[in-house]
Design a protein around this ligand. Structure first.
Ligand code: GLA
Length: 732
């Protein structure tokens, strides 16, 4: 890994044996892109890449007559000169002009990586990464711009963000400040996005790229289940294991935009950042604005190769604290078992049975606080309800601890019900526009987390619950989109800051709780997976993947999630049947076979299952305890897509390739068809593996495949709806 500055040609080469990222100071002084791809030799001067054909009818000035920005690849394109593509940023200056041009002044190269202020970001030690900061200035706007690039030693990854500073005397307004732009020389890619809605999150969709743009965005105040802030560009022939793929992952949890724009000359521009729609950031003299980070990864090893990169990077350089790379506790959550209808005895009853099965952590979900017996009341009153918890959270936590289990609970700190003491005392603490009706979502309003006093108050209440209680886990929920966004604390010209300031408030509360209680495992949640993004993983190492706990739907949801996020982050539980969302009944075996490829837990009352099922649950927990390190942190490969066939399969392989576990699922039976074979991936070609008592070479299993009739005890002779098999392979 290195970053080289060629002072004569004014070019930077960032490389690490896997990728090269070459950028330059262009003839107009702004930053341009020369190359991003597989690692290539370093050269003093690659300015032959710069187009000087003068096709375009607008050039910059007489001295640079043959250089048009439109015909060259830019790094962080500005508005108003000769680039007619979508710009990376836009600054409204005092006289109303939005034209800008930031030219190179200086740079710095250093080992490691700086943190971002108040924002989530990947981190790295001095041996793990190198950073280039390029300092640019717009002398007319009187502003400076820093473009930051980090390259990682072990990953084909560039992390980028930008910082603006007002160096003049008058106030300017940033109306667009994206985190990264990548201009590519040809548009022969497909765009892959992960779309959905509540209970059907992160379903991959592939769109064609042609002249014009494709884009996705969120304007909901959360990254959203509708569009995930992660996209892939892939060559049309890229498959799971071969071919080029470039990923763009936004380390942010609020409004965003991701866009690919192909112009008539075939330049493909990819942009990602905070959604400019509903964003304005005034900067007074001396003030700065820092964008969140975008993580760009590139591989020639197909979509699995790309996912592997994100899994490893996020496990090692994004997720922090005690739970980083640590197998996660097997939990039981009472939500689907009791909803809000519980008292301490009912909870302890569930806990006792769970303990008998081997569960390690009890999670008390919604309904323990204020007047919360349904979702019309109580949010905001983070004080134990004495009818449900006579000895408080601490009393219940101690009783659960006495059973031999850890204890955690649910919160939704960003929200308030109009029917709550908090709202009655502070009606102005919500996001609401004066004179307008406030839309409710799940009968609740959103607290104005852009205000420090609001965040401080919530912290104070939570601290009282946490104080003295042995709490090991917190599930942090967020159950509605933001509407009528307006903060009573800010003047008119600052209302465009509210969405981002809200997100900064959320992050600050997370950071404060994490610092104060470093042992606590946080799981983020937002009506299931409505805020499943890399930003959240910086604070909460795992995320409740979806409120849809139906095993068959979960195969699709977890499969889609795995493209951008590590298995260690996927909150997955076995719940009761018929499933509360789909009405589908699936065996407890298949329910567990899906949940194993995640954090694993139960979301039902184990007192209500048959003795045979309970025996099986004990076995499942034993299996998970033995294998969770591999399942959560091994190398994961998708093998068969549930979006393309009626079956699905995936595998995790240990780092030394001596052990692997795969899951095979039949979503829908195909009568009178041959069972066929399942080709595995990630094994060592030469090792001999034992599967079901028989021996196979790795290359045999990966090329010929596993004979499906050999699966399980009886084997897949006739396929049936919802049958599944999880098999362990070990090298001889
Ligand atoms: C959301 C979550 C659920 C549960 C409920 C509680 O829907 O996604 O898991 O915690 O809230 O109200």
């Amino acid at each position: 890994m290195n970053i080289i500055w060629h002072s004569k040609s004014k070019q930077f080469h960032l490389y690490n044996g896997k990728i090269s990222y070459i950028i330059c100071v262009t003839p107009v002084g702004e930053m341009g892109n020369i190359y991003f791809g597989k690692c290539i030799h370093d050269k003093e001067d690659m300015s032959y890449v710069i187009n000087r054909f003068g096709l375009s009818n607008v050039v910059v000035d007489a001295a640079t007559e043959s250089y048009s920005m439109e015909l060259n690849r830019q790094e962080y394109p500005s508005f108003g000169t000769t680039d007619f593509g979508t710009q990376a940023f836009e600054i409204e200056q005092e006289n109303g002009s939005k034209v800008s041009s930031f030219v190179y002044k200086d740079h710095k190269i250093f080992p490691g990586k700086r943190g971002l202020t108040g924002l989530p970001a990947t981190y790295a030690s001095e041996s793990e990464a190198m950073t280039l900061e390029v300092y640019l200035e717009d002398e007319v706007a009187k502003m400076s711009l820093t473009l930051s690039y980090t390259i990682f030693e072990d990953h084909p990854v560039i992390a980028r963000h930008a910082v603006f500073k007002n160096t003049g005397m008058s106030t300017v307004r940033i109306t667009r400040a994206l985190s990264a732009c990548l201009d590519l020389p040809d548009p022969d890619y497909e765009w892959m996005q992960f779309s959905g809605a509540w209970a059907r999150e992160r379903i991959p969709e592939v769109r064609k790229i042609s002249t014009g743009s494709v884009s996705i965005e969120s304007k909901r105040g959360a990254s959203s289940a509708n569009q995930n802030p992660f996209v892939i560009l892939k060559r049309p022939n890229t498959d799971e294991n071969t071919g080029e793929a470039i990923g763009f992952s936004f380390v942010y949890s609020g409004n965003f935009i991701a866009q690919a724009e192909c112009d008539t000359f075939g330049r493909l521009r990819v942009l990602m950042g905070i959604n400019p729609n509903r964003f304005t950031w005034p900067l007074s003299a001396g003030e700065s604005f820092e964008t969140p980070e975008t993580v760009i990864a590139r591989t020639d090893c197909g979509l699995n190769g790309l996912s592997r990169t994100y899994h490893e990077l996020y496990n090692n350089n994004l997720i922090r604290g005690k739970w980083k790379n640590t197998p996660r506790p097997i939990l039981i959550n009472n939500w689907e078992a009791t909803f809000m209808d519980f008292d301490e005895e009912r909870i302890l009853n569930i806990a006792r049975k769970a303990k008998e099965a081997g569960v390690e952590l009890f999670v008390l979900d919604d309904g323990w606080f204020g007047e919360r017996d349904d979702d019309f009341a109580g949010l905001g009153d983070w004080v134990e309800n004495p009818k449900k918890l006579p000895q408080g959270m601490s009393g219940l936590a101690r009783k659960v601890n006495a059973l031999g289990m850890k204890f955690g609970f649910w919160i939704e700190p960003e929200m308030v019900n109009p029917n709550s003491n908090l709202y009655r005392r502070h009606p102005d603490w919500v996001l609401a526009t004066p004179g307008r009706k406030s839309s409710l979502g799940r009968h609740q309003l959103v607290l104005d987390f852009s205000r420090k006093e609001v965040v401080d108050h919530i912290y104070g209440m939570l601290e009282k619950v946490l104080a003295g209680a042995p709490i090991s886990y917190i599930k942090w929920d967020m159950n509605r989109s933001l509407t009528e966004v307006f903060s009573t604390e800010l003047p008119a010209e600052k209302q465009g800051m509210v969405y981002h300031k809200y997100m900064m408030g959320v992050y600050s509360l997370y950071e404060r709780l994490r610092n104060e209680y470093p042992e606590i495992l946080f799981e983020s949640c937002s009506s299931g997976g409505n805020r499943y993004d890399a930003g959240m993983l910086y604070y909460a190492p795992q995320a409740w993947c979806s409120d849809n706990t139906d095993a068959i739907d979960r195969i699709r949801i977890q499969y889609g999630t795995s493209y951008g996020y590590p298995i260690s982050s996927i909150g997955a539980h076995v719940s009761a049947v018929p499933n509360q969302q789909t009405g589908r009944s699936v065996s407890i075996t298949t329910r567990a076979n899906v949940a194993y490829f995640g954090t694993f837990g139960y979301e039902l009352d184990l007192n209500h299952i048959s003795d045979e099922e309970f025996d099986e649950v004990k076995e499942q927990i034993k299996f998970m305890k033995e294998n969770r390190e591999l399942l959560q942190f091994g190398t994961f490969y998708r093998l068969r897509s549930p979006f393309e066939t009626d079956q699905s399969a995936w595998i995790v392989v240990s780092k030394d390739r001596r052990k692997a576990i795969f899951g095979f699922y039949c979503l829908r039976s195909n009568v009178n068809s041959l069972p066929g074979f399942l080709k595995l991936a990630g094994l060592s070609e030469d090792m001999v593996y034992v599967l079901g008592g028989e021996e196979y070479y790795g290359d045999e299993l990966m090329n010929l495949g596993v004979t499906l009739t050999k699966l399980g005890k009886g084997g897949l002779t006739t396929s049936q709806d919802f049958v599944s098999y999880v098999e362990v392979l070990e090298a001889r």
